[in-house]
Design a binder for this molecule. Structure first.
Ligand code: NAD
Ligand code: WQD
Length: 335
């Protein structure tokens, strides 16, 4: 009875592996290491004192994937593997469609062959596009504003079609808001390639001296201080959401969708100030024009996940900042 975690060496994946091992699950991880290092999993094993089975396999290699299912008794799959850079997806859309869509289709076909029909999928709040009102509930209309987001939208539809064709499939779509922070040990965390696109790793790299200053994109949004508002969620809370989803899968829910957020939005300036307060580090910043494609405010109504899975985020913005800094300051150059 093992759980297969695709993309388990990545940022959210390795935090989830840690929580799963601590909860007593046996794990098989598949990752092609295109955006991660195997060191993350070695650290997870060291932190938990438990081991997992790792295969450096690409989801595009269906035969290799099938051999993993033949070798193990897999009961459910948590599917993180995918490319996630919005900018890159605009530049090379075919790569994103091939990797994210074909990878997912291969995975589902192999699962079907081996009669494994329990799946948790990493979707994103990006599928809500520009929301008409706030907070966002799961039944809001969806739209895609870039190829990355379109891969999430299409995969959601593919998985729903699969469930409709065969009700034996139990599928949970988790729509993450903005994952930040790191495990409290400071041993695993976010380790982006090159200059970070996302706010929190950019801030921590400014704090550690790798980058000179933060550009705050836009100060004329319809928000209390003019900067854009997001629902940041601690990655350990997010990881625990996957354990709640696995427990839900065991109840055979059919197909279900949950927002994983805190329900509370913070502006860019509020995040900078929270980081400075939590860490004592000064973050030099300058105002810059809006970033194309950004929306003013995004935050979740996360009550469905609590009502149906008993999960809710526990950690606040100061813990997110403290733990992100603890990771970055102890690992200034990542893994
Ligand atoms: P990540 O890049 O750190 O992890 C993804 C992992 O998948 C990496 O380890 C990568 O090497 C692996 N991978 C990619 N393509 C693969 C393939 N074809 N075969 C095997 N492995 C492959 O990203 P993350 O932040 O941990 O995100 C995990 C998932 O959550 C992704 O699907 C992402 O789109 C989604 N998500 C992330 C965020 C976020 O802000 N981090 C928000 C919403 C949704
Ligand atoms: C947060 C806020 C920026 C960097 C992205 C993806 C989304 C999802 C999560 C995967 C925004 C501002 C940022 C900087 C800034 N990923 N900012 N200066 O854009 O909400 O979501 O990651 O599914 O799909 O689009 O997150 O961290 O990039 O930005 O001012 O250097 O910080 O404008 O308002 P975003 P982010």
């Amino acid at each position: 009875m093992e759980i297969l975690v695709t993309g388990g060496a990545g940022y959210i994946g390795c935090h989830t592996c840690l929580e799963l091992l601590q909860a007593g699950y046996d794990l098989v991880v598949v990752d092609n290491l295109s955006n991660s290092k195997q060191a993350s999993l070695a650290r997870v094993e060291r932190l938990t004192g438990k081991s997992l089975t790792f295969y450096p396999i690409d989801l595009l290699d269906k035969a290799a994937l099938s051999s993993v299912f033949a070798r193990h008794t897999i009961t459910a799959v948590i599917h993180f593997a995918g490319l996630k850079s919005v900018n890159e997806s605009v530049a090379v859309p075919l790569l994103y469609y091939q990797n994210n869509l074909t990878g997912t289709i291969n995975l589902c076909q192999v699962m079907q062959q081996h009669n494994v029909k329990n799946l948790v999928f990493s979707s994103s709040a990006t599928v809500y596009g520009e929301p008409a009102s706030l907070p966002i509930t799961e039944d809001f209309p969806r739209s895609a504003v870039n190829p990355y987001g379109r891969t999430k939208l299409i995969i959601e539809d593919i998985l729903m079609d699969l469930h409709h064709a065969d009700a034996a499939w139990n599928i949970i779509l988790l729509r993450y808001f903005n994952p930040v922070g790191a495990h409290t040990s400071g041993q695993i965390g976010e380790d982006p390639n090159g200059i970070p696109n996302n706010l929190m790793p950019f801030i921590t790299q400014v704090a550690v001296g790798r980058l000179p200053e933060l550009a705050v994109f836009g100060n004329d949004y319809h928000t209390p201080d003019g900067t854009a508002v997001r629902d940041y969620i601690h990655v350990v809370d997010l990881a625990q959401g996957h354990l709640a989803a696995l427990a839900k899968l065991a109840q055979q829910p059919g197909a279900a969708i949950y927002n994983l957020g805190t329900g509370r939005g913070y502006s860019v300036l509020e995040v900078i100030h929270a980081f400075e307060q939590a860490t004592g580090q000064k973050i030099p910043y300058r105002q810059a024009p809006r970033r194309p494609g950004d929306v003013a405010s995004v935050y979740a109504d996360a009550s469905k996940a609590f009502q149906e899975m008993g999960w809710r985020a526990q950690k606040g913005i100061s813990e997110m900042c403290r733990d992100a800094w603890n990771w970055q300051s102890h690992n200034p150059n990542g893994y």
